[in-house]
Write a protein that binds this ligand. Sequence first.
Ligand SMILES: Cc1cc2nc3c(=O)[nH]c(=O)nc-3n(C[C@H](O)[C@H](O)[C@H](O)COP(=O)(O)O)c2cc1C
Length: 311
Amino acid sequence: MIDLSVNIKGLKLQNPIMPASGTFADGLAEVIDFNRLGAFVTKTFTKEKRAGNPIPRICELDSAMLNAIGIPSKGLEDYIENTVPFYTQYQPPLIASISANTAAEFAILAESLHRVPGIAGIEANISCPNIEANGKAFAIAPETTAQVIKALRNATTLPLWAKLTPNTSDIISVAQAAEAEGCDALVVGNTLLGMSIDIQTRRPNLGNILGGLSGPSIKPVLLRMTYQCFKNVNIPIIGCGGISNTHDTIEYMMAGATAVQVGTATFVNPSTMITIIDELEIWCANHGIKHISELTGSVNDTPFEAYTALS
Ligand SMILES: Cc1cc2nc3c(=O)[nH]c(=O)nc-3n(C[C@H](O)[C@H](O)[C@H](O)COP(=O)(O)O)c2cc1C
């Protein structure tokens, strides 16, 4: 028997596979067995209702997709009345992804969730590039990351995950700031800011003009950031970005991820996460691994031999 369970700072998951926020919905329960997942991470919601961005909101590209959904939200009350009861009928823990415009608003939302039975943790989406003014997000800089995580930490004792953005020039400082303010885990990470133009109409392919790039194309960037965060913080890292199969999952775990989130690949094949869970067990058995956590950070990054051809 292979033990696929992982521990995210006290929160035990039966396996390391969970959906990425916004790429998963209730209807998928008709296609896959929800009880097999490591956890649920629901679509980011805000305290108040929000309409989201103008259409078109998604655009398909080579080995990637671009989205500018803009976090349409039915608000906190709807989340508590409908989303929480739906997901708590299943075994995997429910992680609520939240967003807000200010650190204070983030804290108010976290405080409200703290009292809701069935919520196992909070994923603070401090990275969404679609809604912040000038495309900036809290997680662009260590100072604003520290500010929002501090407010959130003061507001709740629930497990707190921070979802970081790759659209920063200093992922290590941002990760360290989140850790220093008491964050329990890092999700690394969200989409890369991108753009696409229809050259016939000369119009951008997204109503918001700019959008978030996801899917296989972004994997090397987010894998690199997962590795850098693993080397520089001591809290668990949940890898996310372009994970489409078991190979990608193992790569992320070797780079330092304790668990992973699968996003765009679920749109391609709704069974992707279940296939990965099944195949992970087989891969571990074939490689003499008894506990999946043995993979975390196991990349052999000892220096390569120097290039000596010219000497
Ligand atoms: C259509 C769509 C909607 C998304 N909505 C959210 C969201 O509400 N909150 C969030 O934190 N990330 C959201 N994301 C980002 C994903 O959770 C994930 O971080 C990103 O897509 C990278 O993973 P992937 O390459 O596996 O898709 C969304 C992504 C897509 C494609």
